[in-house]
Design a protein around this ligand. Structure first.
Ligand code: NAP
Length: 240
């Protein structure tokens, strides 16, 4: 199950895991026709589940329906997320809550939904939570995003501690700067864009398949002994 699978990194992850042979359940609030066509193109089965992940209740209801109709679910990638760019002095409670609700709260409760089902069924499972460079750094003008993504790493480690012995691997991927809707504003600003690119040793922005291929690794048997880890996929950004 991949949340936010209609576009960007989520679409890249859905495509990579489909290519690797998985049946993919895409979750989101928008039509996923493009993703469905891409998966069909690589011969992968794709199921679409609609839910507004700003609501924890809607996310949990969606998860239960998916488990009953298409389960058991072996892996969950919590990818859906939003960002609000506003100076700290002007940051509103609404912008705080909107980002925290989807990026952190729903992320946790979807992990809980899978954990409950997997533990009750005596099955292993894989969870990959998408964090960010702002899980390590402060960022600018993105208070709720930085708080949420720092929280994603904490929750990833907490769940790994609770569930590793139950055969549930909980890990994270921290994408660097990836070409998606989320970074459109940064790429449109020539100064920000040049300063970001200047710090990336790989000399290019990332693309969704860079993250998708790392997700395949964490969802595969090759990552059996990985728990509570975070893999930066950032073109070397953090090494700089
Ligand atoms: P994106 O292109 O803006 O995609 C975000 C995804 O989340 C979309 O599928 C979006 O669906 C979905 N989403 C947002 N709000 C939702 C809601 N209320 N209910 C259901 N789905 C919702 O951004 P992206 O770059 O691919 O981001 C994916 C993840 O990677 C996010 O967690 C982001 O924080 C993280 N990330 C991105 C970068 C980067 O450089 N791009 C770097 C680090 C981390 P709609 O299209 O319907 O809005």
């Amino acid at each position: 199950m991949v949340t936010g699978a209609n576009t960007g990194i989520g679409q890249g992850i859905a495509l990579s895991v489909g290519r690797a042979g998985a049946r993919v359940i895409g979750v989101g609030r928008s039509a996923m026709d493009e993703t469905a066509a891409l998966l069909q193109g690589v011969g992968a089965e794709f199921v679409e589940m609609r839910a507004d992940l700003g609501s924890t209740a809607a996310a949990q209801t969606m998860f239960e329906a998916a488990w009953v109709e298409h389960g058991p679910i072996d892996g969950l990638v919590n990818n859906a997320g939003i960002i609000k760019r506003v100076d700290a002095v002007d940051f509103t409670e609404a912008d705080w809550d909107a980002v925290m609700d989807i990026n952190l709260k729903t992320m946790f409760f979807l992990c809980q939904s899978l954990g409950k089902r997997a533990i009750a069924a005596g099955r292993g499972a894989r969870i990959v939570n998408i964090s960010s460079m702002l899980s390590f750094q402060g960022g600018v003008r993105v208070a709720s995003y930085t708080a949420s993504k720092s929280g994603v790493l904490g929750i990833t480690r907490l769940l790994a501690n609770e569930w590793a012995a139950k055969g549930i691997n909980v890990n994270s991927i921290a994408p660097g700067y990836i070409e998606t809707n989320n970074t459109e504003a940064l790429r449109a600003d020539p100064d920000r864009s040049a300063s970001i690119l200047g710090r990336i040793p790989a000399g290019r922005w990332g693309v969704p398949s860079d993250i998708g291929d790392a997700a395949v690794f964490l969802l595969s048997r090759a990552a059996n002994y990985m728990h509570g880890a975070v893999i930066p996929v950032d073109g070397g950004w953090l090494a700089r």
